[in-house]
Design a binder for this molecule. Structure first.
Ligand code: SF4
Length: 488
């Protein structure tokens, strides 16, 4: 993929077309043969991974197909837009990014059978959602551009088996049946339709009505992708020699476990402006922090201290939440006061706090840790408090922590623990967010907005604060009018 040529632009479908991507829908049967920067390589893959991770979360959450479709479409519009051809905008660039992201993720997810299976399932669902939301003409053009190896059922044959075809496909007699066209394929290609008794079977052929034709397309896509991933897995050892790609790919392959890797940037614009002070942290923790940060805050208050990785995880979270450096020093100083004097604090801790704000050492602006980083790196030992409770606590400790921290989740504990048991920690955290924010109007399945799952502790806290703010603002006019009424 990182070959040194720009001439062999990918063509799909109709070879005579001059456009590199004539359709929004893509079977990805040609790899990208152009140069890409490492940045593009990673960005396109992460954008696609956000969509696929949300699809995987939807399976875990038993969303109906309609709900899944709505969530996926919203995620696609945000991270993976693919517009129909218009005079406006560069659709080729969007389709190129879509194409590139797909192939990078193939490299990341071909490594084990389990990853391949999950990737194929999520990708096929994404293809299906796009197919179902595609315009009739575009869909038709796409279908004609490929050979799906089906045989059109002739008028005579349709007439000969008219009754059987009509009954099997549940089509009404008359005009509706007259207008329906059928194709036939070997029945093994549409086992799902055979199982649902949606097709007429004869001599090993399944007669598929137009309304069910999409099944052939989806099955074909799934079969093709499964095979392609197995081939990629065989070629992978050669790629593993490239030390630039290995860390990127292994990071991406964790996406289904911990959500897409995310750098939370939204917090600065959403909350910084409010100006947080050290004295506000207790209340903010109580109202808005996810379990990982609630746990660190509780430990800090109980033992007046946090170990190195705990300070790092919590300190960077507070920084991105909007705690200015002076307030951060005041917060940590006050928190440690019972354990040490001012002199020890200044010598051993103040420098590190300033360092995390980019004011010492190499003056880097360190980002707060995402769920993926918290879940997968710096694994906590028995006496540590950092990490993600959903992953790093024993089931008993987690249940106790959830009951104590969020009493409202009591009735939903079995569902939450089931999600944790299946290894979808950030999905469990998202469910807790929904339950604890029911009072602000958050519904089941809505996540932290638009069905999105939690991928960053700061995203959790920022959304929680946003909801509270919106609720308070909605109460102001009522409060003002009632106080006016009382004055009168
Ligand atoms: S899923 Fe993320 S935000 Fe939630 S507790 Fe774990 S690390 Fe924190």
């Amino acid at each position: 993929m990182l070959r040194n040529t720009v001439k062999a632009e990918p063509r799909e479908g109709n070879a005579t077309t001059t456009k590199p991507y004539p359709h929004r829908l893509n079977f990805y049967d040609r790899p990208p043969l152009y140069d890409v920067t490492l940045e593009d390589f990673e960005t396109c893959a992460i954008d696609r991974l956000r969509v696929l991770a949300e699809i995987e979360s939807s399976f875990v959450r038993n969303r109906s197909h309609e709900e899944l479709k709505a969530v996926t479409t919203a995620q696609c519009n945000k991270y993976l837009p693919l517009r129909v051809d218009t005079a406006k905008g560069d659709t080729d660039l969007e389709r190129r990014n879509d194409h590139l992201g797909h192939f990078v993720l193939r490299l990341a997810f071909c490594r084990s059978e389990d990853l391949r299976r999950r990737f194929v399932k999520a990708e096929t669902t994404l293809f299906r959602v796009r197919y179902e939301t595609e315009g009739v003409n575009q869909k038709d053009r796409f279908l004609k551009s490929r050979n799906f190896d089906w045989l059109e059922v002739s008028h005579e044959e349709k007439k000969q088996y008219g009754e059987e075809l009509r009954i099997a496909s549940s089509i009404k007699e008359g005009e509706e049946f007259e207008n329906e066209s059928f194709v036939k394929v070997k029945f093994t290609r549409v086992l799902n339709l055979v199982e649902r008794r949606k097709v007429f079977l004869l001599g090993g052929w399944a007669y598929v009505p137009e309304v069910e034709r999409s099944s052939i397309v989806f099955n074909e896509y799934e079969k093709y992708l499964t095979k392609a991933l197995e081939l990629t897995a065989k070629a992978l050892p050669r790629l593993d020699e490239d030390s630039r790609l290995v860390p990127i790919l292994s990071n991406l392959s964790q996406g289904f476990l911990a959500g897409a890797p995310s750098e939370w940037a939204g917090a600065s614009d959403a909350t910084d402006v409010d100006g947080i002070t050290a004295d506000m942290i207790d209340e903010l923790a109580q109202k808005h922090f996810p379990l990982c940060m609630r746990n660190l805050h509780r430990e800090l208050r109980d033992s007046d201290h946090l170990k190195h990785f705990g300070r790092l995880q919590y300190g960077l979270f507070l920084k991105v939440l909007g705690l200015p450096i002076e307030e951060a020093i005041a917060f940590w100083r006050k928190s440690f006061l019972k354990r040490m004097n001012e002199d020890k604090f200044n010598k051993e801790y103040k420098y590190n706090i300033r360092h995390s704000y980019g004011l010492e050492g190499k003056r880097a602006n360190y980002a707060a840790k995402s769920c993926q980083q918290i879940l997968l790196s710096d694994q906590p030992g028995p006496s540590d408090c950092h990490g993600c409770p959903y992953r790093h606590f024993s089931p008993e400790s987690l249940q106790t922590a959830l009951r104590v921290t969020y009493p409202a989740v009591q009735g939903d504990l079995p569902e939450i623990m089931h999600t944790v048991k299946s290894g979808h920690y950030h999905v469990a955290c998202t469910r807790v967010f929904e339950i604890t924010h029911k009072g602000t109007g958050v519904k089941k399945g809505e996540g932290v907005g638009g069905g999105e799952s939690v991928t960053h502790p700061n995203q959790y806290a920022a959304r929680s604060r946003e909801l509270e703010k919106a609720q308070l603002e909605s109460l102001i006019p009522a409060a003002t009018s009632s106080s006016v009424a009382m004055e009168i």
